[in-house]
Design a protein around this ligand. Structure first.
Ligand code: URA
Length: 223
C-alpha cells in the first residue's frame, strides 16, 4: 500500500470514528450491521463479558420495517447466540406471524447483548454500556416501527421510568419512529389472560406499519 492510500485509509477511519463518537459517545467503526455485530462479539464494556458464553446481537432482516426489542438473552440464547429461542421465542414467532409478518422479515434485538447471570434484571450501568449498540442498530436498520417487549425494553428505549401499563396503548416517538410497547412473551406465557391486550398492541403495530409509505410486506427490498 502506498503512503498516500495508507494515509487516505487512516483519514477515513478517523472520520468514521468521529462521526460515531458524535452520535453515541462511543467509538464505532461500523457502517453496516455485520461490522457492528463483530464489535459486539468482542465487547468488554461491562462485566457481563466475563460470564457470557455467546453475545446475542440479534437477528433478522437488515432492511426490516419492524424492529422488536426484548430485554436480555437468557440461558438458551446465551448458549446459542440467538435471540428469543425456547418457549418465549416460540410465542414471539406466533405474535409476529399474527400480524402477517415473518421472523426472517423483521429484526429482533435486545437491550443487553449478554446474559446477566441467573437472569437477573439488567443493571443501570449494564444498560448504559450496551445502549450505544442498540442505538447503532436502530440507526443502521432504520425501522419504520419499533415494538418493545416488556417493561425494561420500553423504559430503556423511550427513556422513562413509567410502568408498562402506562406506556401501553399509546404511540411513542423515538427519533420520529413510532414505538409501541407491549408485554414480554415470557410474561404472556405466565399470564395468558393478558394475551388479548397484546393482540390489541400488535394490531396497532400493524396499523402503524400500514400507514408508512412504501411498506407492503416483510421488509424493504435490499438496495
Ligand atoms: N428474553 C429476552 O428479553 N430476550 C431474549 O432474547 C430471550 C428472552
Amino acid at each position: 500500500m502506498s503512503f498516500d492510500s495508507q494515509f487516505d485509509a487512516l483519514l477515513e477511519e478517523a472520520v468514521l470514528r468521529l462521526d460515531a463518537d458524535r452520535r453515541t459517545g462511543v467509538r464505532f467503526l461500523s457502517t453496516d450491521l455485520n461490522s457492528l455485530r463483530k464489535e459486539v462479539t468482542t465487547c468488554e464494556r461491562c462485566e457481563l463479558c466475563d460470564t457470557r458464553n455467546k453475545t446475542v446481537f440479534g437477528e433478522g432482516s437488515p432492511n426490516a420495517h419492524l424492529l422488536l426489542i426484548g430485554e436480555a438473552p437468557g440461558f438458551q440464547e446465551d448458549k446459542q447466540g440467538q435471540p428469543f429461542v425456547g418457549p418465549a421465542g416460540e410465542l414471539l414467532t406466533k405474535m409476529i406471524q399474527a400480524i402477517e409478518l415473518t421472523r426472517e422479515g423483521v429484526f429482533i434485538a435486545n437491550v443487553l447483548k449478554c446474559r446477566p447471570p441467573g437472569n437477573q434484571d439488567p443493571l443501570p450501568h449494564q444498560i448504559e454500556s450496551c445502549r450505544p449498540f442498540l442505538q447503532e442498530q436502530i440507526r443502521l436498520i432504520r425501522p419504520r416501527v419499533i415494538c418493545t417487549l416488556g417493561a425494561f425494553a420500553a423504559r430503556t428505549v423511550i427513556g422513562t421510568d413509567q410502568s408498562l401499563s402506562r406506556l401501553r396503548g399509546r404511540i411513542h416517538l423515538v427519533e420520529k419512529t413510532p414505538l409501541i410497547a407491549t408485554f414480554h412473551p415470557a410474561y404472556l406465557l405466565r399470564r395468558p389472560e393478558d394475551k388479548f391486550k397484546a393482540w390489541e398492541d400488535l394490531k396497532t403495530v400493524k396499523r402503524e406499519l400500514e400507514k408508512q409509505p412504501g411498506v407492503a410486506g416483510f421488509g424493504r427490498p435490499s438496495p
